[in-house]
Design a protein around this ligand. Structure first.
Ligand code: ZN
Length: 238
């Protein structure tokens, strides 16, 4: 096992010429320092915390959120390590052929037996902005095509908003509602419900400007509820 806190101690001699990028890469000591402080604070509250956690995890929630650095999953819901199983990608998408997301979901539902799947989007999402403007940003365009599909599906609901910022907010909300429906239609979730496993799927959105979560009221606890929850959540936005 690597010694804690020594990951970036190797530094080039001062007189050795190196490209600026290589010198820059060796200076993450502050993150190790932060890590020691964080671990110390947790151990102060519960000396056996990490020991207990190393033996097993039993999170009750699976979080599917955006990769955006401003939306740290555990922190915004006040949960400790071990309490939240997390999958994040650009624009919090649940794509039926994304084996990464599906594998996380299958592990969470079948093995960890989480009781809640939370799809959490956020206002001001850069991925959603790019999809709204049909901006060309590179490879990600192909991933964000799924958000453009949401935009095309809901047309006037989005373009009829008073401003572009409002259109973006609306697309962020609709994107979450669509992804909740996608979660509910996976074989993983449907089979869990078929065997009467307690499992609820929720759609939330986070405000970058106030740090608060909002429930989009699209919670589903059994497959037959999927369509009505979707319809009422979409209608509530208009
Ligand atoms: Zn985002």
């Amino acid at each position: 096992m690597a010694k804690a806190g020594t990951g970036s101690n190797i530094k080039p001699p001062q007189d050795l010429w190196l490209p600026a990028g290589l010198l820059f890469m060796g200076t993450l000591d502050h993150l190790f320092e932060n890590n020691r402080t964080w671990a110390g604070q947790i151990r102060q509250r519960d000396p056996d915390f990490f020991l207990k956690l190393s033996r097993q995890q039993s999170p009750e929630y699976l979080w599917i959120g955006c990769s955006d650095s401003r939306v740290p999953a555990n922190e915004i819901v006040g949960l400790l390590p071990g309490e939240l199983f997390v999958h994040r990608n650009v624009a919090n998408l649940v794509v039926h052929t994304d084996l990464n997301c599906l594998s996380v979901m299958q592990f969470a539902v079948d093995i960890l037996k989480v009781r809640h799947i939370i799809v959490c989007g956020h206002y001001g999402c850069s991925g959603v902005w790019a999809a709204l403007r049909q901006a060309r940003i590179g490879l990600s365009d192909n991933w964000l095509r799924h958000v453009q599909d949401v935009r095309a599906k809901h047309g006037q609901r989005i373009t009829g908003a008073p401003s572009e910022a409002d259109s973006c907010d609306r697309l962020c909300e609709l994107n979450v509602i669509e992804q909740v429906a996608n979660v509910c239609q996976t074989t993983i979730v449907r089979e869990a419900w078929e065997r009467r496993q307690a499992l609820a799927v929720h759609g939330w959105i986070y405000g970058l400007k106030d740090g608060l979560l909002r429930d989009l009221h699209t919670t589903v606890t059994a497959f037959p509820e999927t369509f009505t929850a979707y319809q009422s959540a979409v209608s509530a936005l208009t």
